[in-house]
Design a binder for this molecule. Structure first.
Ligand code: CDP
Ligand code: MG
Length: 139
């Protein structure tokens, strides 16, 4: 099934100039960029995007990291995009991620883990519309 998913290149990876290398992984996998922008998250935006994490013991540190510097937001589209992007990214903790995944290759810790990707169809729709208007998405 053709799907769209939200990807963030987090402040750690953006600051280290890994953006091009990371986008190349997605493009080489055949995924299409249908929206993209550079922005710095506000605390309000972080709380909306990470709503299910608000109140957890790591949330303050996560929000502080995500609002600390600019990041790239994009919508990727393609066959089984949601699961395929999660596979390309690797698991949350880069120390446990499979070699060749983005988090294994570009991330430094469970918090500073280079990328975010939606984890299912409902979160994809919800998260895409936090960052993009319909007029900013090119299918
Ligand atoms: O991003 P992913 O879906 O793989 O992981 P998550 O469990 O949904 O957690 C969201 C994000 O919170 C992670 O990607 C980490 O950046 C951060 N996190 C953290 O800072 N400390 C933790 N103990 C767990 C997650
Ligand atoms: Mg998650």
């Amino acid at each position: 099934m053709i799907e769209s998913t939200l990807v963030l290149i987090k402040p750690d990876a953006f600051a280290k100039h890994y953006t091009g290398d990371i986008i190349k992984r997605y493009e080489e996998a055949g995924l299409q960029i249908s929206a993209m922008k550079l922005l710095q998250m506000t605390p309000q935006l972080a709380a909306k995007h990470y709503a299910e994490h608000v109140g957890r013991e790591y949330y303050e540190g996560l929000a502080s990291f995500m609002t600390s510097a600019p990041l790239i937001a994009m919508v990727l589209r393609g066959e089984d995009a949601i699961e395929r992007v999660r596979q390309l990214d690797g698991v949350t903790d880069p120390a446990k991620a499979v070699p060749g995944t983005i988090r294994h290759d570009f991330a430094e810790s469970t918090r500073h883990n280079a990328v975010h990707a939606s984890d299912g169809p409902e979160s994809a729709v919800r998260e895409i519309h936090i960052f993009f208007n319909e007029t900013e998405i090119y299918i």
